[in-house]
Design a protein around this ligand. Structure first.
Ligand code: AFP
Length: 339
């Protein structure tokens, strides 16, 4: 007996039709899928074709660029431009905002085409993360950088595992798997489990002595209750949390003995890392806050490459941490840190 799974495109067509939406978002998503499949191909064959090494340049973040960073960025830009639907894009790999179809475009696109590059030389999982904002159709558009709570959708491909997770505003967070025809299929709604049995803790433990005192204390008091997992690629680490629940954190570094190694603003990038996973997490019933206990989704970006600390995952844990970070003061945003 033949068995056919629903494809991502069928899923999205039905969603758009049900909500009386236009076809523009479908065209954009089709381009994103094409880009992801091409990145997947280059990554799978990267070791054979010598693409897993350094490019020999330094990016806007001051980090050494890898060949795969350049390849993935070019691929995404090509497909976004071709879609004709993007007003401008912000890429982790480019200092300036990238103008696309400035007059006729409909969406703003924020992306990290190859997140978790320390995994690249090993061909281990990396992420292609993106958030999508929309032109103001009700009045003049000021082209401001969108906060997470203005996103219409956000998603991540975990490459080369063949998994794709997409959150649609007020319509949940959905996971798909690539099939033998290179179609993403079999939508499964992701909801963070309430049962603590599977909850995990994920952070770079090498930094723990440099976190704020309250966070260090929370870790000491709680770590024995959880299993610990850390891949070093946000998409992969968050992928696990979405299924198993728990807490991912990349706190601010504030107690490093070498002052210049402190990162009071945090490490992760707001627009194409933290806001993307926060949006997805909220659609899956979780939440996310920064170092002041404020909802990540409420942070209005002032710069494309702004950094933030991130605490992300199951609501009770994020709320507990947010309470510590707020120093006993009331919530700085909506309960649970979501819209
Ligand atoms: P890279 O892409 O520069 O490796 O950064 C990955 C990342 O932004 C995010 O995906 C990880 O969660 C985090 O940084 C890992 O950082 P550490 O290497 O400091 O643990």
């Amino acid at each position: 007996m033949l068995h056919f799974e629903q494809t991502f495109m069928d899923f999205l067509l039905e969603h758009q039709e049900r909500h009386h939406r236009t076809y523009h978002f479908l065209i954009l998503m089709n381009s994103i899928l094409n880009a992801a499949k091409r990145i997947q191909y280059y990554y799978l064959t990267g070791a054979l074709h010598g693409n897993l090494g350094m490019a020999g340049s330094v990016n806007v973040q001051g980090e050494d660029v890898m060949k795969m960073d350049d390849i993935a960025n070019e691929v995404v830009k090509h497909y976004l431009e071709r879609s004709g639907r993007v007003i401008h894009a912000v890429s982790e790999e480019e200092e300036n905002i990238i103008p696309m179809n400035v007059e006729g475009g409909r969406y703003f696109f924020y992306y990290d085409p190859m997140d978790g590059t320390s995994n690249v030389p090993h061909n281990l999982p990396v992420g292609f993360l993106f958030g999508i904002g929309k032109r103001n159709l009700d009045g003049p558009e000021d082209n401001h950088l969108r906060a997470g709570n203005e996103f219409r959708a956000a998603g991540m491909f975990v490459i080369p595992t063949g998994t794709f997770t997409l959150a649609l505003r007020d319509a949940g967070c959905w996971r798909f798997h690539i099939d033998e025809m290179m179609n993403y299929v079999k939508p499964v709604r992701m909801v963070l489990p309430e049962d603590r049995k599977t909850w995990e803790l994920s952070f770079n433990t090498a930094n723990r002595e440099y976190y704020a005192a309250g966070i260090q204390e929370w870790i000491r008091n709680n770590e024995k209750s959880f299993v610990f997992r850390y891949l070093g690629a946000l998409a992969g680490d968050f992928h696990r949390i979405l299924r198993n629940g728990g807490l991912f954190m990349y706190p601010a570094i504030v107690n490093h003995p070498v002052a210049k190694k402190n990162r009071p603003q945090g490490k992760l990038r707001l627009m194409y890392e933290a806001a993307v996973v926060a949006f997805m997490c909220c659609e899956a019933g979780g939440s996310a806050v920064d170092e002041s206990g404020k909802s990540i989704l409420d942070i209005v970006p002032e710069m494309p490459h702004q950094r933030t600390a991130l605490y992300l995952g199951s609501k009770p844990l994020v709320e507990e941490i947010a309470g510590i970070l707020r120093g006993g003061k009331g919530p700085a945003s909506a309960p649970g840190g979501c819209r």
